[in-house]
Design a protein around this ligand. Structure first.
Ligand code: NPW
Ligand code: ADP
Length: 486
């Protein structure tokens, strides 16, 4: 599990150390870590000594880190060049650079092989206008790419995309969410001794082992009902394929059984693709969790199919994931009855569906909510989860999974290749599978099961993309490969 903290929290954690006159020591530790990563980057591209490294240096402590790092690099024989972006530079850092034999110029030298972005860090207010960075120059951001909001990942205006971000004290939320995560590239944290002062993380991310624990292989004495039975209520005359995608993904994740409830023609398609699915028109059976919504449509039949599933979950205290059409049909009364029955409930909207859901079910939050969902998806998912008292999995370039108590997991495994019709149906099948496998009383918080599904889905998407462009029907096979360790 990786933990990330808001920039505000990291600054608060620095405070006791700054009050104890440890500021310069912290900065030198940070700069030493940055310089070490720059050396590794240089080495992977060619010789270290004699290569030109330029740093864009802002007016604050972020610039100070960059100047100290340049001074350390100069001692390794690097041609270390500072380019100031403001009226002043950190005094001690500049002094260190000068003493080490580095130089200050007003433009990026043509022979620079690596650029350190040391303009703005956690003290940034808004964005800036970056200069043009020559092609082929590696970019290493100091603490975070300048212009990325450390608390949210919002990019205000102007940012230089980094190949690597070396971040100090702790991962920042802004480096693992949305545009900030994209701008940061690979992220390497450097320990500067803040851990005792950090408190609870703002958001966390599941790593491979955490996610695979949720999708663990069967125990030697398991039987099919112990491995989990997922009920699927998806697909319609208009969108029959959704039913197949949900069932295929659930099966690929290794369940004991998938039970399908839907009209005959759709059931026929499901059975043609997967004869092992137990299909019927109603919800009777042995389902231990339900996935409802993909391709259901919005007519009376869709509404009554969803109602049937909700009632089955309320009666049995079963977990339920609601996706796509179900997000436009579910009522506040149904959600409250599910909660009352102790059911685990996960809603899986994308940004547009979340805004509509809030408009319809939580009108008092609706004002400005569309802007919030765009700028700060973590806050938007959290607020909705809290008000509706369910887990919200908000889809997008970052998948945000928020629990009603505020616990939030963010996953970034998938790339934009997943933005193709039907991949959300696959994700619904995986969330359903995670809920069914551990059963209603099984271990692991609901939000972790949702995040594990997002991890598997994103990793499968990346796996599928490595073979070229793909459609959603390829995702189940990629899920199997990921679980097989290929
Ligand atoms: N505290 C420590 O000892 C440690 C701190 N550490 C490092 O310090 C970083 C935080 O440093 P920080 O607080 O000095 O803020 P920073 O991010 O450099 O930016 C603020 C400066 O930029 C300016 N400015 C703001 N917005 C702007 C804009 N849009 N466009 C242009 N200018 C803008 C603003 O100037 P002002 O406008 O206020 O005059 C101010 O001077 C942190 O990320 C980490 O790298 C580590 O070394 C560990 C030890
Ligand atoms: N730019 C992106 N980067 C990474 N993943 C993305 C991106 N865009 C969409 N996705 C993922 O693709 C899936 C699309 O789901 P959804 O919008 O419900 O599609 P559909 O309804 O067609 O199945 C989600 O899991 C989402 O997180």
């Amino acid at each position: 599990m990786l933990n990330a903290y808001t920039g505000t929290a990291v600054r608060a954690a620095e405070k006791p150390l700054l009050d104890a006159a440890q500021g310069e020591a912290l900065m030198r530790r940070a700069a030493w870590g940055l310089a070490a990563w720059v050396v590794r980057e240089l080495r992977s591209r060619g010789p270290v000594a004699g290569s030109t490294v330029v740093a864009l240096v802002g007016t604050g402590n972020n610039g100070g880190d960059a100047l100290w790092a340049l001074a350390f690099l100069r001692r390794r024989g690097v041609d270390a060049v500072a380019v100031p972006t403001g009226e002043r530079m950190h005094e001690a850092g500049l002094d260190a650079l000068r003493r080490a034999g580095g130089r200050v110029t007003d433009r990026i030298p043509d022979n620079a092989v690596l650029l350190v972005d040391g303009v703005l860090g956690t003290g940034a207010r808004g964005g800036w206008e970056p200069p043009r960075v020559p092609k082929g120059v590696a970019v290493v951001a100091c603490d975070l790419p300048s212009g990325v909001g450390a608390d949210t990942g919002e990019v205000a205006r102007g940012v230089i995309l980094a190949d690597l971000t070396v971040t100090f004290g702790a991962l920042k939320t802004g480096l693992v969410v949305g545009a900030g995560a994209h701008a940061a590239g690979r992220v390497e944290p450097v320990d500067i001794g803040l851990s005792p002062y950090l408190g609870e993380p703002d958001v966390s991310s599941l790593e491979r082992d955490d996610a695979l624990a949720v999708f663990a292989p069967p125990a030697w004495d398991d039987h099919k009902y112990r491995r989990g039975v997922l009920g699927v209520c998806a697909g319609s005359e208009q969108y029959p394929g959704a039913a197949v995608l949900v069932c295929s993904s659930a099966l690929a994740s290794g369940l004991g059984m998938v039970q399908y409830a839907g009209p005959q023609r759709t059931a026929g398609l499901v059975l043609t693709a997967h004869p092992e699915v137990v299909a019927g028109t109603g919800v009777e059976g042995k389902a231990q969790a339900w996935a409802a919504g993909p391709g259901l449509g919005s007519d009376d039949e869709a509404r009554s199919r969803l109602t049937e599933v909700v009632e089955a979950c309320v009666d049995g205290g079963l977990p339920l994931v609601l996706d796509a059409s179900a997000l436009g049909l579910v009522t506040l009364d149904q959600l409250s009855r599910l909660r009352g029955a102790g059911c685990e409930v996960v809603l899986t909207p994308h940004q547009g569906e979340l805004v509509k859901l809030v408009d319809r079910l939580v009108p008092h939050l609706a004002d400005g909510f569309a802007d919030l969902a765009k700028a700060d998806p973590v806050a938007a998912a959290r607020r909705t989860a809290e008000v509706l008292a369910v887990v919200v999995l908000l889809k997008g370039s970052t998948t945000v999974c928020a629990a009603p108590d505020g616990r939030t997991l963010v996953q970034n495994e998938g790339g934009a290749e997943l933005a193709t019709a039907g991949t959300g149906d696959c994700l619904a099948g995986l969330v359903g599978s995670a809920l069914a496998r551990s059963g209603p009383n099984g271990p692991g918080a609901t939000v972790e099961k949702a995040a594990a599904a997002a991890w598997l889905h994103g990793t499968a998407g990346t796996r599928a993309a490595s073979d070229g462009p793909f459609g959603a029907s390829t995702v189940p096979d990629a899920i199997r490969r990921v679980l097989a360790g290929h």
